[in-house]
Ligand binder design. Structure first.
Ligand SMILES: [Zn+2]
Ligand SMILES: [Zn+2]
Length: 307
């Protein structure tokens, strides 16, 4: 039922409404008009959800989360994400990322493997990611992080898919500014030719403007709901245009305020949608529709269910 509804609704929302001739008290009308929320970044690996994903997916569908992008962090997790996305059917739709996180950059210091490229070429892989620079943990040496980041941008250009960027500054930026360096590398490598998103955005207003100027999208996660993150909420409210916003959980990390400290899961992306729609004075429905279109534009998801 859910799948069929998604199928009919695609690409022609006005048409689908006409098709069902809804009456206000019709149960079918209620379901037809239900929202379609997308979690554009979640780690669904079995190590995080040892009891499997059926309950996670059930919870997500109850919250109208019907599409997820399964993030990857190294070669083994890319294998898992691509394999899962290729085998999974129905709702929620599952798409995958293929890429090596800056934490794991040392694992591919000798170069990006042919296997990673092959995985990235899967039709279920929407982008190369997550890739970038992390100067907070410095789990891999910075020069290796930079090289691996550059080589994966080149991979994305070679296979013509966007990039999903992870960037985190050192605690006080005294030992390097990861956000500025990331932007510089994206520019030097002409990453704007494939485009992408700064996932779980944590930079300042200028970092956001720079990424937007390069044509990138900005994705917000649970931290936008934390009481202290006023500056981040101002960026979500005033700086990022409505056609450049994405929402995510980064599950199992970064649970939103109401379950902070617990294991996150994609259903809680709804908190992020609720917060930003409220900040922007939009209905949740209108905001969700805009974000859905943004994801479809960036990741090429439009029309998937019509195929
Ligand atoms: Zn990340
Ligand atoms: Zn992540």
């Amino acid at each position: 039922m859910l799948y069929r509804r998604g199928h009919l609704g695609y690409g022609d929302p006005a048409g689908s409404r006409k098709l069902f001739m809804p009456s206000p008290d019709s149960d079918r009308y209620e379901r037809e008009e239900a929202m379609f929320l997308v979690d554009t970044h979640c780690h669904l690996n079995v190590e995080y959800y040892p009891d499997g994903l059926s309950k996670v997916f059930e919870n997500a569908l109850k919250c109208d989360v019907k599409r997820m992008l399964f993030a990857s962090a190294d070669l083994p997790s890319t294998r898992e994400a691509v394999d899962f996305a290729e085998k999974h059917e129905g709702l929620p739709e599952i798409w995958a990322l293929a890429g090596v996180h800056p934490h794991e950059a040392s694992s591919v210091a000798d170069g990006i493997t042919a296997e990673l490229e092959e995985l990235a070429r899967s039709s279920k892989v929407s982008a190369v990611g997550e890739i970038g620079l992390d100067y907070f943990y410095d789990n891999s040496p910075r020069d290796i992080q930079r090289e691996v980041f550059r080589s994966q941008i080149r991979l994305a250009k070679k296979i013509n898919k966007p990039v999903v960027i992870h960037v985190r500054d050192s605690a006080d930026r005294s030992s390097g500014d990861a956000n500025s360096e990331t932007l510089a590398i994206l520019k030097e490598e002409s990453a704007e030719t494939v485009g992408g998103v700064i996932h779980c955005f944590s930079g300042d207003a200028q970092n956001a403007r720079d990424a937007l100027d390069l044509g990138f999208y900005i994705s917000f996660a649970g931290p936008v709901t934390y009481p202290k993150n006023i500056a981040l909420r101002e960026i979500a409210m005033d700086i990022v245009p409505i056609d450049r916003i994405l929402c995510e959980t980064d599950s199992p990390y970064l649970a939103p305020q109401h379950i902070r400290g617990k294991t996150n899961e994609p259903c809680h992306v709804r908190d992020v949608y609720e917060m930003i729609s409220m900040l922007r004075g939009m209905s949740l429905e209108d905001f969700a529709e805009a974000v859905k279109e943004n994801g479809e534009r960036l990741f090429g998801w439009k029309g998937y269910s019509d195929v």
